[in-house]
Ligand binder design. Structure first.
Ligand code: PLP
Length: 400
């Protein structure tokens, strides 16, 4: 990972400001440029929503709105409230996710949010009952658990028994029942098959198969039309720096061709992107507080751990790491350092899963007092971490 002068000097400057030397640094110009680029290259019928679970910080919400996303994808009432506080209106919100509570559905109906993604037959009936009571008709998409899966994804949401959506074959059976519920307005499908997909061909194959499901629905039920097709998220980030970035230009070109092939120019498409938009806008920075050797291996220990940055260990994927030297005075003659070696790097928690890199990682040079900087940390960073474990201070969040 190359930090570049701007980010490197900002990290060094903010390390002085961070009382506990643990912080996230974010650069909002990165996410702004990504959204603008997507909007310029994707077919006009493809709308980009920000999946705020990737990073719910107010600045991310305000920035994505200002950069022109069509709306925001939420998965809880808490997220809805944050989105509204940041300036999104209810008619820009789509509510996804399994096991939505009665209270969440009532709130959504009362506030007339744009779309709700139905994840089960029970949820369809529960929402219809709430709408009947409120005298409201709600636009819905149905999430389908497809009977295929995506190879090479970091996390799969398909091709298996799943809490997400309604199984493909069941969906085909129950669709008329849902469509006939008087207070629900079926407008289309949602199929989010996998997360963290780097191979564009795999995601395009997902789109092709989802188009196939829409065709299957319309052939079986000529009165039902899938106006909207939502592919969810899933664009991958090259955490391991293999050089195989998700090729967005190729995706845009091929998706356009696919829309033409299926003669779907009268449809609208939705992408709910989290990781792809937010990951490279953020760096997690923490200070090295100790270095010691244990049974022949260096243990590099930082003041921050998985209570701040849990994603690497949760997904078993190392993030890129750079050590910024701080030339701190030595604590004692003979203190250890790391040089040109594979090390363990972790935090202060009394828990062996407290690893900042799940696999041993190469360090060219590190001394006590230096700053360890983990890249691609803007998505699923702080919000996915167990911040209260052991009651350590929360990390700071700084913006350039
Ligand atoms: C329904 C839904 N949409 C979008 C996303 C965002 O996915 P990604 O970060 O892979 O873009 C998720 C992530 O879990 C999701 O559950």
């Amino acid at each position: 990972m190359i930090l570049g002068d701007k980010i490197e000097s900002a990290i060094i400057e903010h390390a002085q400001k961070s009382k506990h030397h643990n912080f996230y640094l974010y650069d909002m110009s990165v996410i702004t440029n990504k959204i603008k680029n997507l909007k310029s290259i994707l077919p006009k019928s493809v709308q980009v929503y920000y999946a705020m679970k990737a990073n719910p910080h107010e600045q991310f919400l305000k920035t994505t709105k200002a950069a022109g996303v069509k709306g925001i994808e939420i998965a809880s009432m808490g997220e809805a409230q944050r989105a509204i506080e940041a300036g999104f209106t209810a008619d820009q919100i789509v509510f996804t996710g399994p096991a939505k509570s009665q209270e969440e559905l009532e709130w959504s109906v009362e506030n007339k949010i744009q779309k709700i993604h139905i994840e089960s037959l029970t949820e369809a009936h529960r929402l219809n009952n709430i709408c009947a009571e409120a005298g409201h008709t709600q636009d819905i998409l149905i999430r389908v658990n497809p009977n295929f899966d995506i190879h090479g994804a970091q996390a799969k949401f398909s091709g298996d028994s799943s809490k997400f959506g309604i199984d493909h074959n069941v969906f085909l059976e129950v669709l008329p029942e849902i469509v006939n519920l008087p207070h629900l307005n079926f407008i289309g499908l949602h199929v989010y098959a996998a997360s963290g997909v780097l191979k564009v061909e795999d995601l395009l194959e997902n789109c092709r198969r989802v188009f196939g499901i829409a065709r299957e629905v319309e052939a079986r039920y000529p009165d039902i039309h899938c106006d909207i097709i939502d592919f969810g998220g899933g664009f991958g980030i090259d955490y391991l720096e293999t050089g195989n970035d998700f090729s967005i230009d190729f995706y845009a070109t091929e998706l356009k061709k696919l829309i033409e092939t299926f003669d779907f120019s009268d449809r609208q498409f939705i992408l709910e992107l989290g990781r792809y938009l937010a990951a490279d806008s953020g760096w997690y920075c923490t200070q090295i507080i100790d270095i010691k050797t244990s049974l022949g291996k260096k243990q590099v220990l930082c003041t921050g751990g998985t209570h701040h940055f849990r994603r690497p260990v949760a997904l078993g994927i190392n993030h890129p790491l750079v050590i910024l030297p701080q030339n701190q005075p030595k604590i004692f003659e003979g203190q250890e350092s790391a040089k040109d070696e594979m090390v363990f790097i972790g935090g202060p928690l009394c828990n062996s899963a407290d690893k900042l890199a799940p696999k041993d990682i190469y360090i060219e040079k590190a001394n006590i007092g230096d700053i360890a900087v983990f890249g691609l940390a803007g998505a699923y960073g702080l919000s996915m971490s167990h911040v209260n474990f052991l009651s350590h201070p929360y990390p700071d969040e700084f913006f350039l």
